[in-house]
Structures are given as C-alpha cells and as structure tokens.
Design a binder for this molecule. Structure first.
Ligand code: IPD
Ligand code: CA
Ligand code: CA
Length: 254
C-alpha cells in the first residue's frame, strides 16, 4: 500500500513546488490567521481523485472538504493537503502533505512529504518508520539536553494562555524550543530525533494522523495532554515524545 500511496503524494508535492504568486491565490477562511490557497484545494482534489481507488470503499476525510463523514468506520484516507499553509503563503518552505490510511479508527499507514527538502516519511503499523526509505528512530536525549517543538493552537486562541505556561515549564527544563509551523513535520522531526518532544493544545485529525503513526513506529509515544489516546473525529491536544521524556508530562501543570 505504501508503494502505491508514496508516488501519488510525491506527485502532489509537485503542485506545491509549482506554486507562483501565492498571495493572490489565497483566501481567508474564518480570519486573517486562517488561510486557504488555491494550491491547498488543488492538492486535495488531486489526492481525492487518486487515493480512494486504491482501496475499494475507502472514504476521503480531508481538511478542505465541505463535509466529512466519520473516519472511524471501514477504510478512510485522512488528508491534510498542505500542512503549514501560513508558511506556504509566506514562502517559509516548511510545509508538508500528510496522508493517513485508517481502518475502523486505527491508523495503519502514514505518509508525510516535505517537497522542499524532498523528505518522504512513511510508516506501516507494525512495520517501522522510514525517511526516504531508511529506518528512523526517536532520540534518546533527555529534555535537559534537548530541544522541544510546540504549536500555538492558533485556531483555538483561548488556549494561548495554557500554551505559554506549558512552554515556560518545558523551556526551564530544556535547552530551547522551536515553533516551526507545520504539525505533521513537527511529529516527524520527533520521530527522527531532530526534536526530543512536541506539544500543541489543539490539532485536527489530519494534522496528527499520519505523523502520529510515523512517530510511534519510530519508537516514540503520542497521546493527548490528558494522557488519552488521540482522537480522529474532533480536535484534541497532542503530547509527542521519545521514550526518555514521555513521563515529564506527569510532572507538569497542564
Ligand atoms: C496548522 C499547522 C500549525 C499548527 C496548527 C495547524 P494548517 O495546520 O500544523 O503548525 O499550529 O494547529 O492547524 O492549518 O497549516 O494545515
Ligand atoms: Ca494542518
Ligand atoms: Ca492544511
């Protein structure tokens, strides 16, 4: 299945790389902080045409769909056509295409592709995680020697206070932190040991479904900040870690 999904996602990456004059193809969804571009829509419609035929009966659950049905029954592609749209609009070149394939609410395949670096992260449940075909693993670095990533939950702005408090608690225990702006890539960066921890107070299923599997297959852990399993029907918080730092959560004020 990965051998079939990966070339499709790579081709979709070509749409991202071909983008020109992005600002004039950008529209506000709910506010100036919540943008969609014609490239997000083009990638999503390309993936919607190509992916479902790979798995008869599979539904397509995508960020830019007008209406989505629950991805918990049967096979479902959970898709973020461009994760890191604000980065994309501003030419910051830190964005990815994220595709998960879930069965009855369990993610079985995950692919996250950064077209700028030509980095293809992939995982199959029980089959390990890979970057451009080579196995990847989380770091064994304690936070005291490490760097964490965080997201600002910008679409749930009331969560900024808790986000700042959590950032301060972790910053005091670490070397530094990053806010890179594409959650799917943040999870992959933990999976391959570039980051040692990541949190965000609110993410959507398409932000974390593929990256979450890649992380756990790379030996990491993912849960909500309440320590619950990730949810695929609504937004939830995310705590993503290597094995060394996972229990720090119990010592923090969430
Ligand atoms: C967003 C990015 C961002 C994260 C937001 C996500 P989008 O996805 O992953 O890093 O902070 O919570 O919604 O809107 O660019 O697809
Ligand atoms: Ca996203
Ligand atoms: Ca998106």
């Amino acid at each position: 299945m990965l051998e079939q999904i990966i070339p499709i996602v790579r081709e979709a990456g070509g749409i991202v790389l071909s983008a020109k004059d992005i600002w004039s193809h950008t529209h506000e969804k709910t506010s100036a902080a919540d943008l969609v571009t014609e490239y997000d829509l083009a990638v999503e419609s390309f993936l919607k045409e190509k992916l479902p035929p790979l798995v008869p009966g599979a539904i397509f659950f995508g960020e830019e769909e007008k209406e989505n049905t629950s991805p918990l029954d049967g096979w479902a592609f959970i898709v973020d056509p461009i994760d890191g749209t604000t980065n994309f609009v501003r030419g910051l070149k830190q964005s990815a295409i994220s595709v998960a394939l879930a069965h009855d609410g369990i993610v079985e395949y995950g692919v996250v592709y950064d077209p700028y670096k030509d980095e293809m992260f992939s995982a199959r449940l029980g089959g390990g995680a890979f970057l451009n075909g080579l196995p990847i693993h989380v770091s064994a670095r304690p936070l005291s020697e490490g760097i964490f990533g965080m997201g600002t939950a910008l679409y749930d702005r009331h969560l900024f206070g808790p986000t700042l408090r959590m950032t301060e608690q972790l910053f005091r225990r670490s070397c530094d932190f990053r806010r890179l702006g594409a959650a799917a890539l943040d999870l992959c960066d933990v999976a391959c040991g570039r980051l040692d921890l990541f949190f965000e107070y609110s993410l959507s299923p398409w932000d974390h479904a593929a990256g979450g599997l890649i992380l756990t297959e790379a030996g990491g852990v993912i849960s909500t900040l309440e320590g619950q399993p990730m949810r695929y029907t609504q937004r939830c918080s995310v705590w993503a870690s290597n094995q060394v730092n996972k229990d720090i959560l119990k010592e923090l004020e969430v």
